[in-house]
Write a new protein. Sequence first.
Length: 290
Amino acid sequence: MVVLVTGSSGQLGQSLQFIAPNYPQIDFVFCDSKTLDITSLENCETIFSNYKPDFCINAAAYTAVDKAENEPEKAFATNVTGAKNLAEVSKKFDTILLHISTDFVFDGNKKTPYLEQDLPNPTGVYGQTKLDGEKAIQQVLEKHFIIRTSWVYSQFGNNFMKTMLRLASEKDTISVVNDQIGSPTNAVDLAEIVIKLVTEHSKLSRSFGTEHFYGIYNFSNEGQCSWYDFAKKIFEINNISINLLPIPTSSFPTPAKRPSFSVLDKTKIKKVFGIEINNWDNSIEIHKDN
Ligand SMILES: NC(=O)c1ccc[n+]([C@@H]2O[C@H](COP(=O)([O-])OP(=O)(O)OC[C@H]3O[C@@H](n4cnc5c(N)ncnc54)[C@H](OP(=O)(O)O)[C@@H]3O)[C@@H](O)[C@H]2O)c1
């Protein structure tokens, strides 16, 4: 089985590379942005034609949430045109596309965890382009999975945990917002579920029927917290003593508005794939050294 991974130098891409040795039955083809620029249909066609992948995991994205407000064309190119290109070549080469999307497709006005079928209403350019990317895939390709996830962190790439650890080495006091609620997702846990979709695909598509099987799934670690709670846990497990102050979002203005509540309901993915999901505060300890 050939599995092509785009955006292989990002957090999810590196997490997939980290777990790949556990799956010797899979021939992974890891492509970074230089080898495969998903905004180029021609580039996508060449790579697909060379490797004829059974699955394509799209870990490539424009993820600079605030920067996107000032360069919407760049965000659109990767998150919409790129997603559409991959859907088109996947259709041509009979490849199943696993695409990653985000909690930022929602406005955060709900008070209970978001279901896959809840109405999206992004509040910024990044969320809008991710939503448009989902739609572009849905329009072109039946055989797709879209996994919406949230607050991704890992030892790889740039993320909130790394930022907190860096700030702690530079400052005595750090202020973190405590009125945005979500669920951290360890990128290695996300990588494992993505590979589970790949390895269990044929068995499960027979039991569920493809009509009810493909489509959108939510995935994050279990539980919920604020960014402040998340920061507190990061410092606790790293034995860092620091003056951590909870602040409201209004005291930390950012170019892009974030959803104040973006917890995702994981009932569907747990039921279809028969999985249990680690609680976020458990997962951060489990993956502390990888
Ligand atoms: N990070 C989060 O908190 C979060 C939350 C919810 C959902 N997600 C979603 O999860 C997925 C993985 O995110 P991540 O955190 O792993 O992202 P990331 O660390 O920012 O990695 C994204 C990767 O995509 C590559 N890329 C950008 N433009 C590309 C292009 N045109 N062609 C090919 N590759 C390109 C980047 O390569 P270069 O560095 O070389 O440009 C980078 O390696 C994304 O779909 C993201 O939207 C992330």
